[in-house]
Write a protein that binds this ligand. Structure first.
Ligand code: ZN
Length: 133
């Protein structure tokens, strides 16, 4: 595993949060992207070697919508960059971690992704991500 690729933050209002994070980080977002498969619109900010991803749900019953109605907006997941996501999925499953998708899926920002269930990681939602070539 290489580094923290990004931190995912669940937000209720992408426009308002975009302004807030632009002030906080001192730079503008570089990308906005709809991820239909996840039911979210995402916005990315560069932060040194890492990024901040804001996620707004398209509906209240998507994963981010449900998260916000349970816990309110805020920190949602940590994404770790890996070179070989299929190898890491296999390695982590063998080590007893629960993966939410066995087969890597298309995520935002041109990545292949896989989530690990928080109940197997001590409460942290972990996203593995591999840059697509
Ligand atoms: Zn993410």
């Amino acid at each position: 595993m290489n580094k923290i690729e990004h931190l995912g933050i669940a937000v209720e209002d992408l426009k308002a949060s975009s302004k807030l994070f632009e002030m906080l980080l001192g730079n503008a977002p570089y990308k906005e992207e709809n991820v239909e498969s996840e039911g979210v619109t995402t916005l990315f900010f560069n932060l040194g070697e890492s990024k901040i991803e804001l996620l707004q749900s398209h509906s209240s019953d998507g994963p981010i919508g449900k998260f916000i109605s349970k816990r309110g907006p805020g920190f949602h997941h940590v994404a770790i960059a890996v070179n070989d996501i299929e190898f890491e999925i296999k390695r982590l499953k063998e080590a007893g971690f629960e993966v939410l998708n066995d087969i890597p899926k298309q995520g935002a920002d041109n990545k292949l992704i896989c989530f690990l269930h928080p109940k197997s990681t001590g409460g942290l939602l972990v996203e593995l991500c591999q840059e697509r070539n």
